[in-house]
Design a protein around this ligand. Structure first.
Ligand SMILES: Nc1ncnc2c1ncn2[C@@H]1O[C@H](COP(=O)(O)OP(=O)(O)OP(=O)(O)O)[C@@H](O)[C@H]1O
Length: 277
């Protein structure tokens, strides 16, 4: 395994068997994520994206295949992996600061060493002055900002995010995308990010994996040609739009089920670099 490969997924398959019903959610998926890389997973609803993410976090078992994180088989959750879900799931009786510091308590780390980091994350996501508020006093976007801080406070190497902004309105969602870009530029982590939003995937990611309908396989692995720091106005560039259109057509066609997928290393379908990104 390449030393800078943070996540390696090899021929992973997942069948949910409830006794009465067998559902093949993921079928023979393979990919790698380099250290410091931000990889988005896009695909139709119900295709198995969350299942794949949970398996990478050790929160769900694989039926067959292998997942390695930092070179070791992934069998159970680890402190080096932070997770963030669609629902912020904050503790309603705790303040913003205490919610952010909650993982420190769970991991039995010395709280005093993390308070400053928690406060700087709070500032970074624009929540300065809200440290002592309770979740019900915050908007949905603010709660998700708290959840980002909570996922990052103990400095995990890898962040797994499952549609973290999908419950938000379009404007707040854009703001959250920008907040995440800001954070990324300061604390580069390895990230696996599940989203339904093509635009969000192209704005945030270094690579986008496009999945087919269930059982999910990867139909395309495309490298996003925009560097970092990523200009916020990139969303208005014709090339940005061109990539989005291409991804949309792939998802809508649902093509590739049990077929051969493309990898970023195979050469970009769009060859965007040649268009002077
Ligand atoms: N615990 C479970 N038991 C049985 N079936 C499950 C379980 N979790 C998920 N599934 C099934 O596996 C399939 C994939 O679900 P998953 O949540 O991974 O898809 P998804 O792509 O993340 O969906 P969405 O985009 O709608 O959130 C679905 O058919 C779902 O019903």
């Amino acid at each position: 395994m390449a030393p800078d490969r943070a996540i390696r997924v090899e021929q992973v398959r997942k069948i949910y068997d409830t006794g009465r019903e067998r559902t093949e959610a993921v079928s023979g998926v393979s990919f790698g994520v380099e250290r410091g890389e931000f990889v988005a997973i896009l695909g139709p609803s119900g295709c198995g994206k969350s299942t794949l993410l949970m398996m990478c976090g050790g929160l769900e078992s694989t039926t067959s295949g292998r997942i390695e994180v930092d070179g070791a088989p992934m069998t159970q959750p680890r402190p080096s992996i932070g997770v963030m879900f669609q629902d912020a799931s904050l503790l309603p009786w705790k303040t913003v600061l205490e919610n952010i510091l909650f993982p420190i308590r769970i991991l039995k780390r010395p709280r005093a060493e993390y308070v400053e980091r928690a406060r700087s994350l709070i500032d970074m996501v624009g929540l300065h002055g809200f440290e002592d508020k309770k979740p019900h006093q915050l908007s949905g976007g603010m709660r998700q900002r708290v959840a980002i801080c909570r996922a990052l406070v103990y400095d995990p190497d890898i962040l797994l995010m499952d549609e973290p902004f999908s419950a938000l309105d379009a404007i707040t969602r854009d703001e959250m995308g920008e907040a995440l870009l800001d954070i990324w530029e300061q604390y580069t982590k390895t990230a696996l990010f599940v989203t339904h939003s093509i635009r969000e995937a192209v704005l945030l990611a270094d690579r986008v994996l496009v999945m087919t309908r269930r059982p999910a396989t990867i139909v395309e692995d495309i490298r996003i040609p925009f560097g970092r720091p990523r200009p916020r106005d990139i969303v208005g560039a014709p090339e940005f739009n061109e990539i989005c259109v291409h991804l949309r057509s792939l998802i809508e066609s649902g093509q590739g089920a049990n077929g051969v997928g493309r990898r970023a290393g195979d050469g970009p379908v769009l060859q965007p670099g040649r268009r002077g990104a």
